[in-house]
Every structure is written in C-alpha cells, then in structure tokens.
Design a protein around this ligand. Structure first.
Ligand SMILES: [Zn+2]
Length: 92
C-alpha cells in the first residue's frame, strides 16, 4: 500500500473505511495481505493483486491514512482491460 496523493482521488470516488482497526475491510482467498502505509495495520487480507487497483482505497481504522493498493511501479490494472489488451496483441 501507499499513501494517496492530493488530487489523485476523484471526488465521486468511494473509499472503504475500516471501522474496526483489528478487522480487515476486505477478506479473500488470494495470496496477498495489504497493510497501511503509515502504521502497518492490516487493511485487507487474502487479496488477489489483480483486483487491488487504484479504485480500491481504504481508510485506516487506526491512523486514518487513506491507502491505495497499487504503486506507480505496479503493472496491476483493471483485469478486464488487461484481458482485452491480451486479446488485441494475440490478434495482430
Ligand atoms: Zn494506519
């Protein structure tokens, strides 16, 4: 996780708020846990990286930092767009 930049989050965008600092907002069966960039609190556990895009934002229940899942270095994006890109590459 990393901290969200000012202006990066669209005003209409939603942010998941962690009500209980002891309980992850999201739980899945994937390989990755996501922790708060500021305090290391677990925000989401068992997530698949493909689904942790810029649209996924979580406000930490402990320190109130708003985290986004992907970093600038991460190739992760919308799984649907990635699938489309693969199809277009294969067709040419
Ligand atoms: Zn935190």
């Amino acid at each position: 996780m990393r901290e969200v930049r000012v202006g990066e989050v669209p005003p209409s965008g939603g942010t998941a708020v962690q009500d209980d600092a002891e309980r992850p907002v999201f739980r899945g069966n994937g390989p990755d846990d996501y922790v708060c960039v500021s305090c290391g609190n677990v925000l989401a556990s068992g997530m698949d990286a493909l689904y942790m895009t810029k649209k996924v934002r979580v406000r930490c229940g402990r320190c109130r930092t708003v985290n986004v899942a992907i970093t600038d270095e991460s190739p992760a994006g919308d799984p649907r767009l990635l699938a489309r890109a693969r199809r277009e590459t294969a067709g040419s």
